[in-house]
Design a protein around this ligand. Sequence first.
Ligand code: NI
Length: 170
Amino acid sequence: MSQLDILRYPDPRLHKVAGPVVAVDDRIRRLVDDMLETMYGAEGVGLAATQVDVHERVIVIDTSDAHDEPIVLINPELIARSEEMTFVDEGCLSVPEVYDKVPRHARVRVRALDRSGQAREFDAEGLLSIAVQHEMDHLLGKVFVEYLSPLKRTRIKTRMLKKSRDEARV
Ligand code: NI
């Protein structure tokens, strides 16, 4: 397994739309394992393939306290969404040190293939529900800051570009 580089906002590659996984084969399983290592290494609770510049519908999530309950979602779909919405501070490994509230469905029902290619369905609520929606947005090329006002987004872009420049200097 190896850690992958995470694209940082406003990298235009974060806006590519991911295509479906055609077969859950060894290549995809290697991608899943690398994504899990990358997510745990960066202390995130979720990572979409888009963020590591692979534009296929693959997500990994772990919202457990002990970081020992990985969830792998391949070709995920939301098959039900609650009308009730929730607003919780979100962060993103592609937008480090930025947190803000985004509207999400409080509960969703998810259908996806797992690491072995088996179809699964489950209900998600709380942090898991939010993480699923956040990561599924990535697969559509959408970063959570795009829910914020243009002014906030411009500030975040400026901050991220400055951060990248500062890091490039050291
Ligand atoms: Ni994210």
